[in-house]
Every structure is written in C-alpha cells, then in structure tokens.
Design a protein around this ligand. Structure first.
Ligand code: ADP
Ligand code: MG
Length: 678
C-alpha cells in the first residue's frame, strides 16, 4: 500500500501526482517521507533575546492608536506602538490597514515578523489577537517547486498520513531501538511533520538520521562484500624476497605507516579478490615510493603496472621518480602523454603490447583504445577524485580485472571518506618521514609585500629556491595568466641577481617541461606559477612558498601548494598574502598558520565550507541524504557504519526475520542482484 502511487491518496489526482514527480515523490511512502527541512519557530520570545534581522514571534500589548498612511494605489503602511515586556517598540504592517479597528488600545497581540534592532521595529507578517497555542509553535517548512505550494503539499501529506500513516512499518530491529534509545518509526515520521515541541522534532530526526545512514552504509558494505567475493580478480603471486630486497635498497627506511599500507596492499594483490583500495596520505608522506613498491611487486609476478595521473607535469615527475627507483632493478618504465607522438609513440605502444614494457606512467592518454597491454595486473591512479568514474572503469577494463589502487593527497575527513569511499578499502599513511621540520606558515596582508620579498631574498641568499603562486580561477584563465605574467615581470626586476621562471597553463607542454627542468636543476631560483604546480612537484631545495591572494583558495588547495616546500632537511616557510574580508576568510588564514596536519585541516575546511564545496565545484560523487547531514551527524554516521560492517559480515543477517526489512531494502536497491557493481 505504501508503495502505491500517490493517486491512491484522497485529493491527489493524476494532475497533482505529476506535479509531485518534480519533487521526486512517486509513492505514498515517498510522500510520507518527504520531510520538512526546517521548522518556523513561533515560540514567543523576549525582545532582549532577538537578533537584528531575525524573524521572530513576540507577545505584546497595544499602546497607541494606529497611524495609517496610504501611498500609491492600494498600498498602505500601518504603525502602532507595542509594549513587549518592558520594551516599547514599533510594529509596522504593510497593506493591512484594515487591522486598525482591531488593534485597540490594551489588546494582547502575538506578532511574527522581522526584527530591526536599531529602529526597535518589527515588520509584521502575521498577527494573532490571542496568545499562540503551543502546538502552533512549530511550523514545518518544506522545500517545494514547480506548481506545488507548501500549503498544498501539507494538505497532501496530512491526507496521506490519515489514510496510510498507521501502515508505516518498523524496519529497524528492536535491539537497535533499545540500544540507541530511538523512537519508533511510525511515531518519528508523524512527529517530523507535526512536532509539538522542539524535542519532538529532535528525537524524531535522530531516529531517521540513524536509519538513513544505516541503510546507506548497509548498501556500501554489501557492495563491498559482493565486490570482493564475485569480482574474479587475479591473484598476483609476487616474489616476496625480491620485493623485500628492493625495499632494503631504498635510500631511507620506510616509516611504519608506509610498511603497514604496503602490507595491506600486497595482501590484497595476492588474494584472488580484485583490489579496490584507496591510499590516502598527506602531501610528502611518501606515497610515490609505496606505489613503486606495489608496481614492482606486480612486475615480479610477470604482470604490467600502470600509473595514471591528472596532469602532464605530474606524469613527468612520477615517471622520473619511478625510473630512478625501478630502472636499477632492470624494470622498463616509460611515460605516455598526449605529447608523446609519432614514431616514439608507436614504438612505445608496441612494447606495451608485447609486454616488454613493464610499467607505464601517463595521463588520460592511457585510456585510449590504441593502448593495449599484454597482461595488466595493477592500476594505480593518483589524485583519485579528479578522474571520473567512467575513466577509472575504462582503465580497469584494459586488463583482466587488474587490481586497482587509488591514491589521493587530499586527506579526506573520515566522515567524507566513509561516505564516498564506503565501498572501498582504505589505507592511510598517517605519519611523516622522520626528520621533517614542520613548515612555518605566516599570514601577511598585501601591503607587507616588500617585507615578504625581503624574506624571500634571505632564503635565496642561502642558496635556496622559492615558489610564488598566483591564483588561477577557471572563469578567467586569461586574466590570471596575465596576472602571473605581471608578477613575473615585477619579481624579475626586484630579484635581478636571480633567474625568475614563469609557469602557467597556457604554455605548451614542452615549455612547461623546460621551465620545470630548469627549476629542479636550480637554473631558475624563483618559480612564478599559477596553481598548475599544485600537485606532485618535488624540488627539495625549494624552501619558500609565497601565495598571492591566498583567500581565493580552499584550505586543502593551500595545503597542497604549501606541500611543495618542506621536502628536504632545511626549515621551510610559507607566506600567505591575503586580505580576507569575511570572518570565515580570516578564520581560514588563521587555521593555515596553526596546523600542518592535512587531516585536521581538511576537517576544519569541511566544517567551514560544507561537503558540497569541499572538492570544488565539480561533481564529487557525494551521496544525498533526505534528512541526515554528514557533517553535523557524523557520530551517527560512524555508529551506523560500524553496525553495517558487523551486520553484513554476520551469518544471521541475510536469513533472520529480524532483519527482513533491511535485506528487503537492499534488494530494492538492486544490491543483491549485483547490478550496482562495476
Ligand atoms: P607524496 O607523494 O605522498 O606527497 P612523495 O612520495 O613525493 O610524497 O615523498 C616526498 C619525499 O619524501 C620524496 O622526496 C621521497 O623520496 C621522500 N620519502 C618518502 N618516504 C620516505 C621515508 N620513509 N623516509 C624519508 N624520506 C622519504
Ligand atoms: Mg605524490
């Protein structure tokens, strides 16, 4: 019944039902579970509690005759003095001059409107000549669109509730309700639409939030389970001793976090599951060498490995690092980007097809049809969230179910990680190589530029190098490039004893490469750049990072940029040039100076900006929740996640009647049929 179309509800015909589609409401259940996104609070307040511009309800006594002025056609303004508590204020009504006769001296009124703190004036929208009843205190506000008004929607919900409300089943097992003291489902849904108190709505919401998270996490965990069990991956029997020898010949010992993630990844590779793992670690935590070890392991099993990255510069850097690490072991590593052309490209593709070429590093050039592997065993993609799901799938399909490892240097707050990557296994490098000195970060206003440049000068005098970053905002690449060109000219003049390089997105790949090469060889001491150097670039002699207009960047992005320095033994510095206007902007600059920890920073960024903005404007694959909020309800999310993990792995879950509704839900979602697997 609850799954019937909304037309079974009295008062909803074909027409209205169609209007409801616009809101994503198809069934009675959808309608009943279309929750308000907030409640208008009609509880009367004291004047002293009110904030400027706040919408509020007050109770008062009429203290004066009403004064009415007419203007224009049919327009009027009525003013009257009201005593609320011990405050005398002015109430203003627009176009309601007829109230004059009712607003008699001494009458008690309940007024709702917008409060002007400076003028002690309430602009009234609603006026009652009684004291409001408590059950009228909370008015649910629904998001509507199309032809549907809030009023009409409320009526339809009321009608559905009356006819079908009693059929709402409990879907959570009783032990869960007891354990978390959750209210029953039917009660919760009713109270969300008709709360009698704030507490009512809170308890109801708490219950539905948990339910929503649990269902979501069950789906993720079930997907993960089936994925592992049915993925038909290849067991990569790598040569353990050879891998260990490789690790022991590295110029540094692995950190224990690196050792742990290597173990996790190699275990996955060796198993017959198809690996679907995310490797996250802060900038500079040493992910590249982990990638190298895993690629090498795959080579020892006579399989090929691929590393896909989002930009050419990064591809070049990685190819360079991997060659350094792997060529001494006789492993053939090559770079494939859009700029590898002609004969060279043809030859490279051929070597890949015969299997002679063992490791390939590249941009999305790797996923073109012409690229054929002989036996691809492991695919690693760096900066995971920049590639679309489709691109990742294409690359994965090039092999015989190769293992897949996603790497990201954007530490993802746990709340987001378990939502977006809940169906993946996650390995985290949560430790920096020993001996790293934390980067000292300062925030300076732009008028202090000269002092900042003096600071840069000092570092250069010590033989160090510096980055200067000018923002690149997508809407106007042209202007920003011009900006970088101007800054470059200025700095070349200021630092006339040094070489100043310029890097931006409009340069040809070979020009970019040339600039980068010169910078890494210290032929260029200062690199003025747009954000193209954001990821991956590794020049340990650079100790100074200056970022212009830092307020225009996200915290995670600033952190990435900052991560370009602090890669050697010397103390490094980062200066943020910024004149933020807003408090949030100032707060963000402050956070940058306070912490070097990417995880802490990303958590605080998330709290400041919200999940939608966290990954920037592009679609981020964030799940949408009806009622839950990933940030504010993160405790519930974690609890639900743990419960889901436990349920899915327990043998009783799939058969016990207690979990009938939960399993049914998974069935409805197509999880059990495996059709959501990719
Ligand atoms: P990420 O890609 O995680 O930002 P990289 O892999 O580029 O970091 O590593 C940053 C630097 O740290 C590189 O110069 C690398 O050689 C070095 N490095 C990596 N692991 C260690 C370690 N265990 N001890 C010392 N240095 C390390
Ligand atoms: Mg890296």
């Amino acid at each position: 019944m609850l799954n019937s179309p909304t037309t079974v509800v009295k008062g909803i015909g074909e027409e209205k039902a169609k209007d409801l589609y616009e809101l994503g409401i198809y069934t009675v259940k959808d309608l009943l579970e279309y929750f308000p996104f907030r409640y208008e609070d009609y509880r009367p307040k004291e004047i002293q509690e009110l904030k400027h511009e706040e919408r509020a309800t007050i109770i008062g006594l009429v203290q004066s005759e009403s004064v009415v002025r007419f203007f224009g056609r049919k327009k009027s303004k009525l003013s009257v003095r009201i005593l609320a508590g011990n405050v005398l204020l002015t109430a203003v009504f627009f176009n309601q001059h007829y109230l004059k006769t009712k607003l008699v001296l001494g009458a008690t009124v309940t007024l709702t409107g917008k409060w002007d703190q400076h003028r002690l004036t309430l602009t009234v929208n609603e006026c009652k000549f009684t004291v409001a009843e408590p059950q009228e205190s909370y008015d649910p506000v629904y998001s509507v669109g199309g032809k549907i008004t809030v009023k009409a929607l409320k009526k339809m919900i009321a009608s559905a509730m009356e006819q079908y409300g009693h059929l709402i089943p409990e879907i959570l097992p009783p032990v869960f309700l007891q354990k978390y003291k959750l209210v029953e489902r039917k009660y919760a849904i009713h109270k969300l639409h008709y709360p009698k108190s704030f507490e009512d709505a809170k308890h109801a919401r708490r219950r539905m939030v948990y339910e929503e998270f649990l269902l979501f996490q069950l789906k993720m965990q079930a997907l993960r389970k089936f994925h592992r069990e049915n993925s038909g991956g290849t067991a990569i029997t790598y040569k353990r001793e050879e891998v260990e020898v490789f690790i022991s010949t590295l110029p540094f010992p692995l950190t224990s976090a690196q050792q742990r993630v290597v173990r996790e990844i190699l275990t996955d590779m060796q198993s017959s599951y198809r690996m679907n793992r995310l490797l996250q670690g802060d900038v500079g935590s040493g992910k590249t060498v982990v990638a190298a070890i895993c690629l090498y392991a795959s080579v020892t099993a006579s399989l090929q490995g691929a590393l896909m990255v989002p930009t050419e510069i990064l591809a070049e850097q990685h190819a360079h690092s991997l060659k350094q690490l792997l060529e001494p072991l006789n492993v053939k590593v090559e770079l494939l980007t859009g700029s590898v052309k002609g004969k060279k490209r043809k030859e490279l593709l051929q070597r890949l097809e015969t299997g002679e070429l063992q490791v390939i590093v590249g941009t999305h050039a790797l996923i073109q049809d012409e690229v054929v592997f002989r036996r691809l065993g492991l695919v690693i993609t760096d900066e995971q969230h920049r590639f679309g799901v489709e691109q990742r799938r294409t690359l994965r399909n090039k092999g015989q179910n190769p293992d897949v490892l996603f790497m990201t240097a954007t530490p993802i707050p746990r709340t987001l990680a378990i939502s977006i990557f809940g169906d993946m296994d996650v390995s985290t490098i949560d430790e920096m190589p020993a001996g790293r000195k934390p980067i000292e970060t300062y925030w300076a206003k732009h008028h202090m530029l000269e002092r900042v440049l003096g600071f840069v000068q000092k570092e250069l005098a010590k033989g160090r190098q510096a980055y200067v970053i000018c923002p690149l905002i997508e809407e106007s690449e042209k202007l920003d490039v011009q900006n970088a060109i101007d800054v470059h000219a200025q700095l070349q003049q200021f630092f006339n004893d040094y070489q100043v390089g310029l890097m931006h997105g409009r340069l040809t790949p070979s020009d970019k490469d040339a600039v980068m090469q010169r910078f890494s060889k210290n032929e260029v001491q200062i690199l003025v750049s747009t954000t193209v150097v954001e990821v991956g670039v590794n020049v340990p002699n650079a100790t100074m990072m200056v970022i212009y207009d830092a307020e225009r960047f996200g915290l995670s992005q600033l952190h990435q940029l900052r991560g370009r320095v602090g890669r050697g033994d010397a103390q490094s510095y980062c200066v943020l040039l910024a004149d933020p206007k807003s408090d949030v902007g100032k707060e963000r600059m402050k956070i940058m100076t306070e912490t070097n920890d990417g995880f802490e920073l990303s958590q605080r960024d998330l709290e400041l900006r919200g999940p939608g903005d966290f990954f920037g404007s592009k679609q981020s694959g964030l799940p949408e929740f009806k009622i839950a909020d990933m940030i504010h309800d993160y405790r519930a999310l974690e609890v639900a996640r743990n419960d889901a993990v436990e349920l899915v792995s327990s043998s009783t879950f799939w058969n016990s009647p207690e979990y009938k509704y939960l399993v049914m839900h998974l069935e409805e979602q197509g999880v059990l049929a495996g059709d959501k697997m990719d």
